[in-house]
Design a protein around this ligand. Structure first.
Ligand code: NAD
Length: 443
């Protein structure tokens, strides 16, 4: 099938475009930034995702992917178009639909001259009612055509996880495929695209599809905040949270594989903004979303737990101490720093008057835009650690799990925000403390 992906320079858009092209479709990857589109044309994905570069090179070589800034031509030449633009939240937490409105308007104009049937698919995360009350009327207004007659419309939430986006998209076995359809014809065409994917397809109403995405993210975010709160209680009561977690997972009703890892809190472009957006929607509709607001509140405070532990071990005030911060991306496997807990940790340590050296192999480019010249950027973990009085592990990149890494440190204090290290494996002379760990130990 011929497909246009609007928002093709973003995490979801580029992954969607490259993966659909790899599945044999002809894909127009549409962006608005010429420089980024030029990079994609030359085989450089503008984001980091494992496996994406190889797959991009493959689909460019076999000519199934064309990167373009010409949205009009892409829509004219395709049967289905996906909207993958950003849906950030505004200052009050509610969803900001500016990118959706602009993209939809452009797509509506392009549809005006389009010959033949076309289905527009909203893949961006949008609050229930957006596809029918915002996207559809804009498309009808600017195309002069009618939904359900001249063009079709679907909502197809995306469940990929950054850090493993390509695998998640290509093999949706664990998450399934949800198709919210305006009518059967629209849903039939979209289902065809997913015909050769190994994942259950669930066809439902557009509003249900929109809500499923929020329900899933809210459910998982609440699990993370639950784990963090219990870990904080464990720490104060002198109990190791890892033992508690293991004991909880023995109960089949709780089960292994749930979001029970405690840490520095959730970040990224989805959980924080999606929970905020559905909280705002719920309030608007007259509901007090107590549980979801609490999940956000716990998460808001969690990064500061690392700063508190640092003070507990290094001493208060921290002024003048040199701290190495390892891991900046909101999770391993990505360069994405949107809402990353590391931002709060670093800024808080800076306010305390610390000197900061940071290291993250993938996210350093994004970090430079955020922290500018306020911190030192190390090219290797050892470089960040060497002259540090203490180090704080914020993101669990696998390289931080090697106890030998820390032997170069001047001040041998480790605050482990993700429980990546087992203190019994550290050489003698270290002080180790962690989230959900009963008390600082000396090795
Ligand atoms: P992003 O900011 O990385 O990407 C959005 C892209 O759209 C940007 O590159 C932007 O330049 C482009 N864009 C905006 N308007 C455009 C236009 N008119 N024409 C062409 N390009 C345009 O955002 P993202 O993380 O990819 O998220 C996109 C959507 O998918 C959001 O709604 C998000 O909630 C949802 N989502 C994200 C993830 C994730 O892990 N990042 C997972 C599932 C769903």
């Amino acid at each position: 099938m011929k497909i246009a992906v609007v928002g093709g320079t973003g995490y979801v858009g580029l992954t969607t475009a490259v993966c659909l092209a790899a599945k044999g479709h002809i894909v127009f990857c549409v962006g608005r930034n010429r420089e980024k589109i030029e990079k994609i044309r030359r085989g450089f994905p503008v984001i980091y995702e494992r496996g994406l570069k190889n797959l991009l090179e493959e689909v460019l070589a076999n000519r199934t992917l064309k990167a373009t800034v010409n949205l009009d031509k892409a829509i004219q030449g395709s049967d289905v178009s996906f909207i993958c633009v950003g849906t950030p939240c505004g200052d009050d937490g509610s969803i900001d639909l500016t990118q959706i409105r602009n993209a939809t308007k452009q797509m509506g104009c392009a549809l005006r001259d389009k010959v033949g049937y076309h289905v527009v698919v909203v893949k961006s995360t949008v609050v229930p009612g957006t596809t029918e009350n915002v996207v559809l009327p804009i498309l009808e207004k600017f195309s002069g055509k009618r939904a359900g007659v001249d063009f079709g419309i679907c909502m197809n939430p995306e469940f990929l996880r950054e850090g493993r986006a390509v695998d998640d998209f290509m093999f949706p076995r664990d998450v399934g495929i949800v198709i919210g359809e305006f009518d059967q014809k629209s849903g039939d065409l979209l289902s065809k695209i997913y015909g050769n994917f190994d994942g259950e397809i669930f066809r439902t109403s557009i509003r249900a599809a929109e809500m499923i995405k929020y329900a899933r993210n809210s459910y998982l975010a609440k699990d993370v905040s639950f784990a963090n709160e219990i870990a904080n209680v464990c720490q104060r009561l002198g109990v190791d949270y890892l033992d508690v977690k293991k004991g909880m997972e023995m109960d089949a009703r709780i089960g292994e594989g749930r979001f029970l890892d405690a840490g520095a809190g959730f970040g990224g472009s989805c959980f924080p903004k999606d929970v905020s957006a559905i909280v705002a929607e719920a309030k608007e509709s007259g509901i007090a979303p107590v549980l979801l607001e609490s999940a956000l509140k716990v998460n808001e405070a969690q990064p500061y737990e690392l700063v508190r532990l640092t003070k507990e071990v290094v001493g208060n005030p921290l002024k003048g101490k040199r701290i190495a911060v390892l891991g900046l991306a909101f999770k391993p496997g990505t360069d994405d720093m949107r809402e990353a807990p590391s931002i709060k940790v670093v800024n808080s340590l800076l306010r305390e008057g610390c000197e900061i050296s940071v290291y993250d192999n993938k996210a350093v480019g994004n970090a430079k835009r955020i922290f500018e010249d306020k911190v030192e950027y190390a090219e290797k973990a050892e470089e960040a650690l060497r002259y540090a009085d203490a180090c704080v592990i914020v993101t669990e990149w696998p390289e931080f799990a090697d106890p030998k890494l820390y032997t170069c440190m001047r001040g041998r204090v480790i605050i482990d925000g993700r429980r990546v290290l087992n203190p019994t494996t550290l050489p003698p002379g270290f002080t180790y403390h962690a989230i959900g760990f009963p008390r600082a130990v000396k090795t």
